[in-house]
Design a protein around this ligand. Sequence first.
Ligand code: C2E
Ligand code: CA
Ligand code: CA
Length: 424
Amino acid sequence: ISKLLNAEIFEQMGDEALNTSKWQDKALPALVVFNIDHFHRMNTAFGIGGGNRIISAFGDLLTRTLPADTLITRLHSDHFVALFPSNRSHFDISKHVDKIRQQLSRPIKTPSESASITVSAGIDLIEDNDRNVRNSIIRAEHAAHKAQELGRDCFCFYRPELSESTAQLIRVSAELREATNANEIKNAYQPIIRATDRTISAVEVLARWHHPVDGILRPATFMPVAEQTGLIPALTAAVIENIGDDFSLLSVKLNSGALCLNISSIMFKEDDFADKLLASFDDLYIPRQKLIVEITESTLMADMARGLQAINTLRDGKVKVVLDHFGHGRSSYSYLGQINVDGIKLDRIFTDDIEHSTHKRTLTKSIVSAARELGIATFVEGVESKEQAEVLCEIGCDYLQGYYFARPALLEEIDRNKDWEKFL
Ligand code: C2E
Ligand code: CA
Ligand code: CA
């Protein structure tokens, strides 16, 4: 009988099955990604425990319904993958996927929940010349995404023209996976300045990829790849490892300032992510009081229940939490009083041109004073000029960051960097 495998074993067994000779003739192995639609609503409706029970009931449904030689795993929270090594045609695989959808026409039952769910599925038919599970997952995810765009509760086949850049994505993803193992990910640090006395109060940790051919790459070039190909956890681990290497020297230079770490909300998909993060810093003997975690405000909204749980765990563990890119989404202001955070970092859009815009000054002032009333610190970033810095200080922002004060620099550059001189 098929059963849920762990992801690593799935990949191993999958590659093996794909490369076994008996599939060479007339077989058209297929890989399917199943995404539960709007899964975060389950967490909202039933709590995280209930959400997890529904997920595992869906896993049971897959193993019960699909052919016995199907390999099945859970990729992350609400994404499942099934590999059909002995599939023979388009029609075959469509039938299997439809069978799952048919089963879902009745609510999924757990001992305590009954939930109606739908799935968006992506199907990749695996070609002879690329019998590789990992690559196939990337293609199937693309197709599943397409199914979502088509309105969910349906399935799509991967077709190369779905995304011209898939080949490129696969290539960069493989390189990036290597990079996280090969110490090609380095940390740059950018000072965050206290408004009252203009001294350095913290540094933001920013990932850089020292690519052997393309040189130093900024996150804009590789973060989207990491997000789409499941590499965010590996990347985060690499950044934390670097912090461990840099910490003692860095804290001497910074005179014991704090570290701001960007954490992608993709990390929340792991249930015990916050506990693991705390543990990884304990292992490095870095005092938790020195840590500030930056979480992007708009992505937090996507799965509020999980996000809030992670935030609470971090704060109970003495780590501070700041909402990044605050005010970029639509919602922000209204729930400021509902989420317990230590600070907000206003989106760069507020800083840009603030010296010439009365409107922006008024808006910023009202956010800053609302935050102050709630005991929440305000950070601003993207400060590029003396005028902007002055306006923002006058408005009452607590912390400032931007090229005007200093650009991000690697640890070994800090001593040679003119910007940094004045803070060391
Ligand atoms: P972010 O959190 O908004 O980080 C600030 C970005 O603004 C950085 O870009 C920084 O170099 C840039 N910046 C700083 N001061 C100025 C300024 O005065 N003017 C302008 N125009 N830009 C300024 P960077 O380093 O390219 O990082 C881009 C984004 O990548 C970050 O945006 C962050 O969301 C993400 N990122 C970086 N490192 C990590 C990481 O380790 N993990 C995760 N999950 N995300 C990361
Ligand atoms: Ca940030
Ligand atoms: Ca930011």
